[in-house]
Design a protein around this ligand. Structure first.
Ligand code: GLU
Length: 482
């Protein structure tokens, strides 16, 4: 049988980093098993679902390079791929009607006040709440009468009497068991005719011939209800795999206060999609060897669902930063230039692009790229080359120059003064060597003051290249004023 998996986000918010991890593991699993990956938009919560969130989800998945074989944006033979459209086709109503006919489900007429009271009574007795089944006690005539009078109703699934334990063999957790009696007869169709999550998901997973359900651990308690629905429909349940929860560094559930939550926020903060994908792949999974830097292809080659851990995975921004820097380093300056341009602030952009030819811009990028953790760091790194004289002084004032050997700086200035045109790196290296010999000072004692006097900074990339890129006029101006 062909493997078919799905990612089923609810468009009630922007694409969340935790959901992406779920999408990614489904994507890898589909690729690995040469199966099909389906995107299903679970928008049955008509009030909270918004088209802009669906757009954000699609954009985020596309940006990350997670391609789908079927979905609302690419079509397929198992549509519609939005649950709201399936409601319109009466898909859920038909299954609910069959359940009613077979007495696997029944109409329930309690008001929300009556249900609240049941819940409070259970709480007062410190008992777990289970629906009273009062509506199941109604005679057929009573039910018909209530329906005819237009009384609002829901349809509840009837938990089979004496069903005992419902056991799911989770691919990650092994056997997970729930007592059916404690589940309570749950609602499958709400009073507005829309399906509940548990019902919609099962009807759709059957219709879309899903073979494996890979999703977050927060859904594990839904699984026994879903297993019972499969039994009632007479369909084989898919294999289930529940991914470990993602925690913040303080070991509480990852939330807003731990920082950015949505993929678009990470994109806007200058993270690269491949770095994010690589990082997320290690949240709850690790390869047998200790490799951490994995391309998508490598991930597909070595991924094993059984290697996913049961315990929570900690989101560590430092590690993501390290990985992002690693993914920036091998980029060609051409590619990098396109990536960083949107992150340059207006002033920086204006100076960088007017003062330097594209060739020089590329050389500068090559020079500074090892110092980038996230793309906006480009502003900090190119500022050596875009500082006005005042800004250069500001940098300088922030430093503790100590007792700079003025002799070194004077010698260097004298040399620059007599250069008539372009300054070459090789000549800078040569003059620095000369100063070393003449002053008998150590390398650091010569290079650091020159760097400070010319850039206002105590450290930075390869000095001779920085100075040759700054050019004679700029150096002369800065050294004179210094
Ligand atoms: N719409 C559900 C969610 O976003 C999907 C759960 C499932 O995969 O079954 O959490």
């Amino acid at each position: 049988m062909m493997t078919r998996v799905r990612f089923a986000p609810s468009p009630t918010g922007n694409l969340h980093i935790g959901s992406v991890r779920t999408a990614l593991f489904n994507w890898v699993f589909a690729k690995k098993s040469k199966g099909t990956l389906v995107l299903r938009i679970e928008d049955t919560d008509l009030e909270r679902s918004k088209p802009e969130f669906e757009a954000n989800i699609l954009e985020g998945l596309h940006w990350l390079g997670l391609d789908f074989d079927e979905g609302p944006h690419v079509g397929g033979n198992y549509g519609p791929y939005r649950q709201s459209e399936r409601i319109g086709l009466g898909v859920y109503q038909r299954v609910a009607d069959e359940f009613l006919a077979k007495k696997l489900a029944y109409y329930a007429f309690e008001t929300s006040e009556e249900l609240d009271k049941e819940r409070l009574d259970a709480e007062a007795k410190s008992l777990p709440y289970v629906y009273s089944r009062n509506s199941l006690k109604l005679t057929e005539a009573e039910v018909s009468e209530k329906l005819a009078s237009g009384m609002p109703y829901v349809i509840r699934f009837r938990i089979p009497d004496g069903r005992g334990a419902v056991v799911t063999n989770d691919l990650i957790r092994g056997p997970v068991s729930f007592e059916a009696d404690l589940l309570g007869d749950f609602v499958i169709l709400k009073s507005d005719g829309t399906p509940t999550y548990n019902f919609a998901v099962v009807v759709d997973d059957i219709a879309m011939e899903i073979t494996h359900v890979i999703r977050g651990e927060d859904h594990i308690s839904n699984t026994p209800r879903q297993e019972l629905l499969y039994e009632a429909i007479g369909a084989k349940a898919p294999e289930f795999a529940h991914l470990p929860i993602i925690l913040g560094p303080d070991r509480s559930k990852l939330s807003k206060r731990h920082g950015a939550q949505s993929v678009s926020e990470y994109r806007d903060q200058g993270y690269l999609p491949d770095a994010l994908v690589n990082y997320l792949s290690l949240l709850g999974w690790s390869p047998k060897d200790t490799r951490e830097l994995l391309s998508k292809d490598e991930l597909v080659a070595i991924f094993e669902i059984h290697q996913i851990s049961k315990s929570g995975a900690i989101f560590d921004i430092e590690k993501l930063n390290w990985m992002n820097a690693h993914y920036i380093r091998p980029l060609s300056p051409f590619v990098l230039l396109d990536l960083v341009r949107p992150f340059l602030n207006d002033k920086q952009k204006a100076v960088f692009e007017s003062k330097y030819t594209q060739e020089t811009q590329l050389t500068i990028l090559e020079l500074v790229k090892d110092s980038l953790t996230v793309l906006p760091d480009i502003n900090r790194e190119v500022s050596i080359f875009t500082d006005s004289y005042d800004e250069y002084l500001e940098q300088y004032n922030g430093l503790e120059p100590g007792h700079l050997p003025m002799e070194v700086i004077r010698k260097f200035r004298d040399w620059v003064t007599q250069i008539s045109a372009e300054i070459y790196e090789i000549d800078i290296d040569a003059v620095i060597d000369e100063i070393l010999v003449e002053t008998k000072l150590g390398k650091g004692k010569v290079m650091r003051p020159i760097r400070m006097a010319c850039t206002g900074r105590a450290s930075g990339p390869l000095l001779s290249r920085v100075l040759s890129l700054l050019g004679r006029d700029c150096l002369l101006e800065r050294l004179k004023r210094f």
